[in-house]
Design a protein around this ligand. Sequence first.
Ligand code: ZN
Ligand code: ZN
Length: 323
Amino acid sequence: MEAVSDAAGTASATPARKIGWAGMAPFILIHLLALGAFWTGVTAEAAICCVALYFIRMFGVTGAYHRYFSHRTYRTSRVFQFFLAFLAQTSAQRGALWWASHHRHHHRYSDQPEDTHSVAQDGFWYSHVLWIFEDRNQKTELKYIPDLARFPELRFLDKYYLLPPIMLGTAIFFWLGASGLFFGFFVSTVLLWHGTFTINSLSHVFGKRRFATTDNSRNNWLLAIITMGEGWHNNHHHYCVSTRQGFYWYEYDFTYYILKVLSWMGLVWKLQPVPAKVLEEGRARGGQSAPLPALNLRSTLEAASEMASLQRPVPVRISSDRA
Ligand SMILES: [Zn+2]
Ligand SMILES: [Zn+2]
């Protein structure tokens, strides 16, 4: 562990962040390719494709990467498990095993110095996107996912994680042409990335805290729309093993609705409910916002003011000498 200095010059015990900029090249390239839609124009089919691919793949992110692989909140067959991993990976957010291992780490150390992506610890940009390119986060940490790593087909997908998005992009190109590829696929992919990333960044800063969790997680209705239910993030950090994250009827959770339909079809089963005790505890709070954990209060206020100005540099150590 090494001390780093933030903009105010105060030393902290946060580990030095080594970001491999070379690894960011494909990520930046996809952003630039999305701009190619200005050159191709946007056909009606490409626009529909963009919206459809956003929501279908968002379900892959939330229903598969998150609620199945990371938290095992329901059960399914081995074949459908493979399908879920493939669908999730068309979002180009690396392998299901990589995603789950880092997400389990997040829950274990949420908003503590060890957290993989914490606004409170490392600022907005780091928690939103830069953490993905940090050297120490490149590996799939098998020790966090022994239950998943025993499937060779999942290890194969994790190793060749670019196969699903490349196959999808190629299919869209042959089906809908250049406009389909640039607007339907690339623009949709960029929107999907940043929509997903808001849960690591914004939902630990903006929104209401129903439960007094040990991290800074919030419930945010707008983020719940963008992410098909993931915006109820304070609920989720309080009780992360239930399939639904919107705990009450008025907390819409489109991922859960889809999983419910899939359970009626027999494709998934054993959806985990929210215990009555947890629901009562939430009702008893009567709309009051729970306090922030004392240790994180100062850092969260700093993070919020950073986002307001976006002028405070993120305390990261930059390095281009990747292994
Ligand atoms: Zn989670
Ligand atoms: Zn979180």
